[in-house]
Write a protein that binds this ligand. Structure first.
Ligand SMILES: Cc1ncc(COP(=O)(O)O)c(C=O)c1O
Length: 403
């Protein structure tokens, strides 16, 4: 087997350095565990950056679905359909707000689809003028493609301007600011029902309900970006369900593919026929391989009662973290198994993150000062406890060193 050192040396010759990668090459995963090329084991509380969110690494049911499908049909182009994509679409719409879906490969692409759709829907027909503005929120993240980037905070945009015109960013949770930003040219509002990259921020029920009402009054489409929050991560299949509202459009990616590349734009019955032939497409979108993996992940949620599990384990994790009386923590927040620890300035989150990695635990950092913990929903309770103990030990060790 090639050593980690050799893989890393070769990688630096051929992989573009756009990620600020850590010096590890991964070779194998199993549930909440992953191994690097030197054979070192880690507890992965951020599997696949969210993509392994349901079953962790290589869940046997998902692997079986992929292996079976791989031996039968990989792709066929979108002038045809296939059973796995219908199965996955039914599981999504049945658990959500009905409607229809468009399949692609990533969150960025799902949001591009939604951006095109809100313009067409707000215009009522395919014409070159009419509503085009989109409202998004401070600290949001909607992807790196030009459309998604245009909705995302300015720091991500630097060097790539000009952006797609018509995007207005307002304060997350401020309904008066949304109202002031809306005019006759507004086509849509994009919101994460819990912000992920922005620091695991949870809006109030009142705000989300006011937002829904305002969009209805102004005939503006409400788009929930659930790329991080679904499926089941927050203890509901889709996070909008915490607020007693339904969006017009919902975008999904990451865990919805069961660990394979999958993006989905879900459209409510009212707007399900807006995209007609010729308006949008994606060659490999809904290919039977990824659709079979996604359907297996959704089935796993049902079969293993992962919604209840996300709530139960989320509560246990919160209790363990709170009881540890951690130094340097300003706030612990989140829902289900989507947890954020906001740190005080004396606790640089990047240091804690790297020390956790050295101690055998993978987590992540958002917004420079928030630690993100999002283990697979299938994680065993004792493994969850062990991983959190590593984090607690690292934080307490840092506290002592800092004193
Ligand atoms: C809420 C949200 N939307 C969209 C995206 C973009 O997804 P992708 O990286 O699959 O394009 C991300 C990525 O982290 C995200 O967190």
């Amino acid at each position: 087997m090639v050593s980690q050192k050799d893989i890393l040396a070769e990688s630096s010759q051929v992989l573009i350095e756009n990620y600020g990668r850590l010096p590890y090459a991964m070779v194998r995963g199993d549930g909440a565990k992953i191994w690097d090329a030197d054979g070192r084991e880690y507890l992965d509380f951020f599997p696949g950056f969210g993509a392994g969110g349901v079953g962790g690494h290589c869940h046997p049911k998902i692997v079986e679905a992929i292996q079976t499908q791989a031996g039968v049909l990989l792709s066929h182009g979108n002038l045809f359909t296939n059973e796995p994509q219908v199965d996955l679409a039914q599981r999504i719409t049945k658990n959500g707000f009905g409607g229809k879906v468009f399949f692609c490969h990533s969150g960025g692409e799902a949001n591009e689809t939604a951006l095109k759709l809100v313009r067409l829907a707000a215009r009522g027909e395919r014409r070159s003028d009419g509503p085009f503005k989109v409202i998004s929120f401070s600290n949001c993240f909607h992807g790196r493609t030009m459309g998604g980037l245009s909705l995302t905070p300015q720091a991500f945009q630097v060097g790539f301007e000009p952006m797609v015109p018509g995007n207005v960013m307002v304060e997350y949770g401020n309904i008066a600011a949304v109202e002031a930003a809306m005019d006759d040219d507004t086509a849509g509002v994009f919101i994460e029902p819990i912000q992920a990259e922005g620091g695991m921020n949870v809006p109030t029920v009142e705000f989300m309900q006011q937002l829904r009402k305002l969009c209805d009054e102004r005939n503006v489409l409400l788009v929930c970006d659930e790329v991080w929050t679904a499926p089941a991560r927050t203890g509901k299949m889709f996070a909008y369900q915490h607020y007693g509202i339904e969006p017009d459009v919902m975008t999904l990616a990451k865990a919805i593919g069961g660990g394979t590349p999958m993006g989905v734009c879900v459209v409510s019955p009212k707007y399900a026929d807006v995209l007609v032939p010729g308006t949008h497409g994606c060659t490999m979108g809904g290919n039977p391989l990824c659709a079979a993996a996604g359907a297996a992940a959704m089935k796993l949620i049902e079969d293993e009662n992962l919604l209840t599990r996300a709530v139960d384990l989320g509560e246990k994790a919160m209790q363990q973290l709170t009881a540890a009386d951690l130094p340097g923590v300003a706030e612990i927040r989140g829902k289900g198994l989507m947890i954020g620890l906001e740190l005080e300035e004396s606790f640089p989150a990047a240091d804690i993150w790297k020390k956790c990695m050295e101690a055998g635990l993978i987590i992540c950092v958002a917004k420079n000062n928030v630690l993100r913990v999002a283990p697979p929903l299938t994680i065993e309770q004792d493994v969850l406890g062990q991983g959190l103990e590593i984090l607690i030990k690292v934080m307490k060790g840092h506290g002592r060193a800092g004193k």
